[in-house]
Design a protein around this ligand. Sequence first.
Ligand SMILES: [Ca+2]
Length: 230
Amino acid sequence: MRKISSISALLMLWWLCSVFCTQTNAFTDDFEDNKDDGWARVVGEWVVKDGRYLQVQGGDLWQRAVLDEINVRNEKFHLVAKGGLVKGTQNNGWVGVVFLHQGVEEGKGGFYSFAAVYDGRNIARLFKSPSGKYPDVAWKKDAPFTPKPGEVYEFVVIVEGNVIKCLINGKELIETEDPEIWKEGKVGLFSTNAESFFEEITVTGPGIPEAQVNPGGKMPLTWARIKGGI
Ligand SMILES: [Ca+2]
């Protein structure tokens, strides 16, 4: 009798979890296959070379490349990217990540960005651009940070509900709220006025369905189920 009760309890637990638990997955691209399958180049010229994703155009457009087949939701996600400004190129650039990017049409799509600013202001900047065009910035938050060309930085953005946290190399630089945060969008890489490089990107969150693992066997990307949440 007790055994049957235990089985019933386990079945009930399984049913509750299937209803209420949202699976958390992680997605990583380290560019080691020297391909950018699965990426949409929204603005600018992007090239994969020697295990890195390079933004090679320079100029003052807001260059973005986003993971085309992944949508994150603001309820919870965690974005990590490693990259920086190519040493010896322009020294007035911005390099970082985009998130909750709306749409991937050429040159369009509002987005949030967190970036290191290399133009002597010694800041890292979080901003929201409703249409994706400069200078339509809805708001911005700055934190002290002195980036150096050629250095590799780990950019981290953590979103939970309407709270946004931004870190570089493990140090929290910005925590803020956007009551009008967008509910979902894409994540990716950002730079302007710069030739930038990115070595790796990982996004973790319940908005990333396991069904997207290796679609068609073409995406050269690594998926892993994360146990225990973010
Ligand atoms: Ca790499």
